[in-house]
Design a protein around this ligand. Structure first.
Ligand code: IMP
Ligand code: MG
Length: 178
């Protein structure tokens, strides 16, 4: 498969679409067999839009729901530093079994912020599913419940993941070519 160029960088195929689909099939099977009831999946935009769409088609748990959020970070006052906010969360989360859907977990900073923002909302259970995980970059102790594939520390694009906002439409996942 051909290399591609995005902005100033060249990328080579790393996880072809056939493998992505096998990974998603196996993730869906794990979630379906986990015993979680009436789940509310919450996909973190923008990166997880294709993953969420493909995974949901393989979920067979009755009464499964899906919603989408975006994590916005902005500079607060000097004393508060960076402020994080969840955009798009309208549902009542009380007593819900939440499964977060992430495209990739790298350092874990984003996941940690999401967890903070979900605290005190009276959830029944909270689980995380990610398509890709970079174990060598992960700096947190938070357990990740469902992992599609653990990858090296390379920068990847495609299938929802971007390099400075482009490349999300690529059907395969590519990595930076050295
Ligand atoms: P973390 O907070 O370091 O775990 O990284 C989370 C976010 O960084 C992800 O949701 C992605 O948007 C972005 N990210 C991390 N690694 C990559 C990558 O290899 N390619 C594209 N985006 C990435
Ligand atoms: Mg990004």
């Amino acid at each position: 498969m051909k290399d591609i160029k995005l902005h100033d960088k060249t990328f080579e195929v790393y996880i072809p679409e056939t493998e992505i689909s096998a990974i998603i099939h196996s993730l869906a099977t794990s979630i379906n067999n986990s015993g979680i009831q009436n789940p509310l999946f919450i996909a973190v935009l923008n990166g997880s839009f294709l993953f969420a769409a493909d995974l949901m088609r393989k979920i067979t748990i009755p009464n499964a729901e899906i919603s989408f959020i975006k994590l916005a970070s902005y500079q607060g006052t000097e004393s508060t530093g960076t402020v994080n906010e969840l955009i798009g969360l309208n549902q009542d989360l009380k007593n819900r079994n939440i499964i977060i859907l992430e495209d990739i977990i790298d350092t874990g900073n984003t996941l940690e912020k999401i967890i903070e923002l979900f605290q005190n909302k009276g959830l029944a259970t909270f689980k995380t599913a990610t398509l890709l995980y970079k174990p060598k970059a992960y700096k947190k102790d938070i357990p990740i419940d469902f992992i599609g594939k653990s990858i090296s520390n390379d920068f990847v694009v495609g299938y929802g993941l971007d390099y400075e906002e482009i490349g999300r439409n690529l059907p395969h996942i590519y990595k930076l070519k050295n």
